[in-house]
Ligand binder design. Structure first.
Ligand code: FAD
Length: 204
């Protein structure tokens, strides 16, 4: 079964841009310059000069569903991000769902699905032979879907989004990070306005 990847915002720092301005202006003791729209210019100037640390004061948390373990394995390499992921030790995978690679030609989809069914039967076989989930999972594919909750500060999101939406990144993580960027651009436009991706960012 090929599910559509789903990215949901779970939490974000309230008034994130105001907080970043407040923190950043501490460096210059320029609180007198705070006004109704002052955060916008200030944050963009911070970013231009590479003074990124004030962006660490705001965080965002996302749930990503129906993505492959191949994708989450890449995502969790970002060690400054906090992660909680569906466990293959505690959650049974007898009826696992899987992601079909976007690049797979249509004429091969049935063959791919049949391979997944074969693996499902292998997993069941080893479970029936008494292997625990944590060991029966050794036969599972990278295509298995997973669910993951990730939290990072805005500086780290900028870093992750830049490298994971580049043309060199894998298609699935590019889709996830492009969606994260779309959401963050709406919530904190000045913190992310300088980042563009090769993928279309769907309008609301
Ligand atoms: C296109 C692409 C292809 C990739 N291919 C592979 C691959 O084939 N094999 C593979 O193993 N990984 C691969 N990776 C993963 C990559 O090597 C990183 O592990 C991953 O992108 C996390 O990087 P990060 O900068 O967020 O680092 P983190 O490890 O999360 O570190 C965060 C930041 O801390 C600093 N930092 C952390 N540790 C050190 C250190 N020891 N010394 C100095 N500075 C440090 C760096 O500035 C780093 O950016 C690939 C990544 C991309 C984007």
């Amino acid at each position: 079964m090929n599910n559509q990847i789903k990215v949901t915002l779970l939490a974000v720092t309230p008034d994130a841009q105001k907080l970043i301005e407040e923190a950043g202006r501490t460096c210059y003791l320029s609180f007198d310059k705070i006004g109704a729209n002052s955060a916008s210019d200030f944050i963009q100037r911070l970013i231009k000069m590479g003074h990124d640390s004030p962006l660490e004061h705001a965080c965002a948390t996302f749930r990503i569903e129906n993505c492959s373990r191949a994708m989450t394995h890449q995502l969790v390499r970002h060690r400054l991000m906090s992660v909680s992921q569906q466990s293959q030790r505690y959650v049974d995978e007898e009826n696992f769902h899987f992601v079909i690679p976007e690049t797979l030609p249509k004429e091969h989809i049935t063959e791919f699905q049949n391979d997944m069914e074969t693996i499902r039967q292998m997993y069941k076989k080893w479970r029936n032979k008494g292997l625990k989930r944590e060991d029966a999972r050794f036969v599972l594919p990278n295509a298995c879907t997973s669910e993951i909750v990730v939290t990072a500060n805005f500086r780290e999101w900028r870093h992750i989004i830049k490298i994971r939406t580049s043309q060199k990144a894998q298609w699935e993580i590019r889709i996830a990070c492009t969606e994260i960027l779309r959401i963050l651009k709406k919530l904190a436009p000045d913190c992310f306005c300088d980042i563009e991706t090769g993928l279309n960012i769907a309008a609301e």
